[in-house]
Design a protein. Structure first.
Length: 145
């Protein structure tokens, strides 16, 4: 975890341990200074974002990486909930998923996702995709505080 005051908190909502590990490794490999927090389902994500126990002290993320296929509450349902909440709707959300279903893509954008990124199959492309997301959303784009 970074102590860099310019670092941004990133919330990863991912139930696949392998994908979460690859994303953690991408942060390390590219020396991404932003702090990564990981939760494994949609209900846990909403508790984190609303500072509900055990996430009373959870930071407000500057970016959410949200898997579409999650247990308990899927990513599209979480996205819809975020965009209905006046306090959370400004948070940028990247749908990060293995699904290439046109219906998921259209629904994600209809629910105001900021981007829809298909998870690459191989490790090198996957970590490069994470680096590019970090570069774009956390380096180039100006986010609300």
């Amino acid at each position: 975890m970074s102590d860099d005051p310019s670092a941004i908190d990133v919330l990863l909502v991912e139930d696949d341990e392998g994908d979460a590990l690859i994303i953690r490794e991408a942060f390390e490999y590219y020396k991404i200074r932003n702090r990564l927090h990981v939760v494994t389902d949609g209900e846990e994500a909403l508790r984190f974002l609303r500072n509900v126990p055990p996430y009373d002290d959870a930071p407000r993320p500057g970016l959410i990486l949200l898997d579409v296929n999650l247990p308990r509450r899927d990513g599209l349902d979480v996205l819809a909930e975020l965009k209905r909440d006046p306090d959370l709707l400004v948070l940028p959300v990247v749908m990060l998923t293995s699904s290439r279903a046109e219906e998921d893509i259209l629904r994600s954008y209809a629910l105001h996702a900021n981007a829809y990124v298909s998870k690459p199959v191989d490790f090198e492309h996957f970590i490069e995709a994470i680096r590019q997301i970090d570069d774009f959303f956390l380096t180039l784009v100006r986010l609300p505080r």
